[in-house]
Design a protein. Structure first.
Length: 502
């Protein structure tokens, strides 16, 4: 299923098309389905993304784990899987592959081959849906590809060139980090968002990197190359349309190398001389990046704000820059606009009632959606209690939005702020340590119906915070590890434990 909403949107699109073809489809969130219930269905289309290192998204975890030990047969079930993923991850589409294998082992019939979709999923998804629905057989005769949903004028396919209003570094001089607060105008675009949504940003590649690539190819950049949007000068094509990060397999193979970090490393290390046309055909499309929105439309009408950590590191004697985070940091303001679209995330929302307590864990850039949640609660006069756990390296240089948070505290919106600055003392102090220190109160907030939110680093922080949450429930709730796991699972099922991790 879905972590950031793509699979969910596609599932709804699939249901609409299935309805047109005479089926009576139901869209189910995997979190609400058990293996026994699956056995009662006869036709099943599964659309799922993959997270972490080949793991299921949060709302598919329970079913994924249940199916791995399920022993009854699903012999009346006919199914097909559409797996969403990203080939930059080693375990590409692993969750979809797992479901496919497991359903087959349990005796279900695969009626159409699995589709493993890249980030550019539109064509593969449409082809898969057509094949799968045709294979399921239909009462109706309609057999066209799915019609697009009613789309807003601006979308991922047609991003809005949003004026860049401000880019402000949130760190003080001397910081090892560079996090920028970025503001765009959405005035007149017709784009609307809710707190919890993400913004897609279309970046441009670094002009110096593009020049280095053109030089390494022995070109001057004026050579005409054919691209999906027509014929363009090589320089324009490289600046705007192609991913110059991790080299695609085709480029590695043609260059007779075994591996390389970036496309430029291939050109500098290979003896093969590429023509601009051959080179271009090996490259993948430059993809937009998603950022958790850090503003509330109720507090900043007509604007959308982001909190973006600049990715910079050195490798093999060459400074490397993350494409989008440094485009925003260095060039977006001067460029004037950036292509943006709203990426809705219904799985990450403040409680419907403004009276419900919120516990928010957002170290580093993970603070982004919680700034939005807090501003929203201030703007709507919501009375519920709000508790934020924030952390970063050093209080003096990395206390993001310090003044704003102080103002939200003074006005009574931010009830409690617990800080974890990891490098202000010898031993590391992280947000999860603060959670454990305040276990009794945290548990009391949960018992009072509180919602628990986590945003930020997926690979380390979110896992440790999850473990800490289990510990809090165990110690303060006097529960066994199994009882604590059931308690946390019940929070997830009730959508009171929501994560936006990346
Ligand atoms: C739903 C969602 C919400 C997000 N919200 C935010 C947010 O609010 N704020 C935010 O800052 N980011 C956020 N991100 C992350 C963001 O989308 C980008 O991934 C991030 O900005 C990096 O993109 P980039 O184009 O700058 O870097 P890229 O060009 O994509 O480069 C990043 C890649 O560089 C490599 N790399 C990085 N560091 C090193 C190193 N030290 N050594 C070797 N290789 C390295 C890794 O392969 C990494 O994947 C979010 C992501 C998602 C999916
Ligand atoms: N995979 C990686 O190695 C890596 C490293 C850095 C950033 N990132 C990515 O960079 C983006 C932005 O990161 P960011 O700079 O905003 O935040 P960040 O790197 O997550 O740092 C924010 C704070 O979290 C601390 N932290 C480190 N490990 C933690 C853990 N296991 N549990 C709890 N807190 C932990 C950091 O401490 P210390 O820095 O003192 O350890 C720092 O104080 C994210 O996408 C993140 O995934 C990834
Ligand atoms: C933190 C993170 C981890 C991911 N891990 C994987 C992975 O291991 N394998 C993969 O194929 N795709 C991975 N992806 C890509 C997602 O599966 C892909 O973006 C998908 O379209 C998201 O769909 P959703 O919006 O429905 O969650 C990852 C994405 C993120 C942000």
């Amino acid at each position: 299923m879905s972590q950031t909403g793509t699979a969910e949107t596609l599932a709804k699109q699939a249901a609409k098309e299935a309805g047109k073809r005479g089926f009576a489809p139901t869209v189910l969130d995997m979190a609400a389905v058990t293996a026994v219930q699956l056995a009662q269905h006869s036709n099943l289309l599964v659309i799922t993304s993959t997270y972490g290192d080949g793991e299921p998204p949060d709302n598919a975890k329970a079913l994924h784990s249940e199916l791995s030990t399920f022993s009854s047969q699903l012999s009346t079930l006919r199914y097909s899987i559409c797996a969403l993923g990203d080939t930059n991850y080693t375990l590409f589409c692993q969750c979809g592959k797992d479901f496919d294998l497991r359903l087959e082992k349990l005796g279900a019939t695969r009626i159409a081959p699995r589709a493993d979709c890249e980030l550019d999923y539109e064509t593969a998804f449409a082809a898969w849906l057509d094949t799968a629905l045709t294979a399921l057989g239909s009462a109706a005769t309609h057999s066209s590809l799915p019609e697009p949903e009613e789309k807003p004028a601006y979308s991922k396919q047609n991003p809005y060139p949003a004026p860049v209003l401000a880019v402000r570094n949130l760190n003080a001089p001397g910081s090892a980090k560079e996090v920028n607060h970025v503001e765009f105008s959405l005035e007149g675009s017709g784009l609307v968002y809710e707190v919890g949504d993400a913004l897609g940003v279309v970046p441009r590649n670094c002009p110096e990197l593009v020049s280095a690539i053109i030089t390494a190819l022995g070109c001057d950049g004026e050579e005409a190359v054919s691209t999906p949007v027509g014929e363009l000068p090589l320089r324009t094509a490289l600046l705007q349309h192609y991913d110059l990060g991790k080299p695609p397999r085709d480029l590695i193979t043609l260059s007779h190398l075994t591996e390389a970090h970036h496309v430029i490393d291939v050109l500098l290390n290979s003896d093969v001389k590429f023509s601009p046309a051959t080179f271009i055909t090996t490259l993948k499309k430059l993809q937009p990046r998603l950022y958790s929105i850090s503003s509330s439309p109720k507090a900043h009408a007509g604007q959308v704000h982001l909190t973006v950590g600049a990715v910079r590191y050195d490798l093999h004697g060459r400074p490397r820059k993350g494409v989008c985070s440094t485009f925003l940091a260095e060039r977006a303001l001067a460029h004037g606009t950036a292509g943006v679209f709203i990426h809705s995330n219904k799985a990450f929302r403040p409680p419907t009632s403004g009276d419900t307590p919120m516990i928010m864990v957002g170290p580093g850039t993970g603070i982004a959606p919680f700034r939005a949640f807090l501003h929203e609660r201030a703007a709507t006069g919501a009375k519920g209690k709000n508790w934020l756990f924030f952390g970063d390296q050093k209080a003096n240089t990395d206390f993001l939005y310090r003044e704003e948070l102080a103002a939200l505290q003074s006005s009574g919106i931010l009830t409690r702020l617990d800080l974890a600055f990891s490098r202000d003392q010898k031993e590391k102090i992280y947000v999860q340590h603060r959670m454990l220190e305040t276990a009794a109160e945290l548990y009391a907030w949960l018992e009072a119906g509180g919602y628990f939110y986590v945003c930020g680093d997926a690979s380390r922080m979110a896992k440790d915070v999850d473990a800490a949450l289990h510990k809090v429930v165990e110690t303060a709730g006097k529960k066994s590890p199994e009882e604590a796991a059931a308690y946390v699972q019940s929070l997830k099922t009730a959508k009171r434990y929501q994560r936006d991790v990346y």
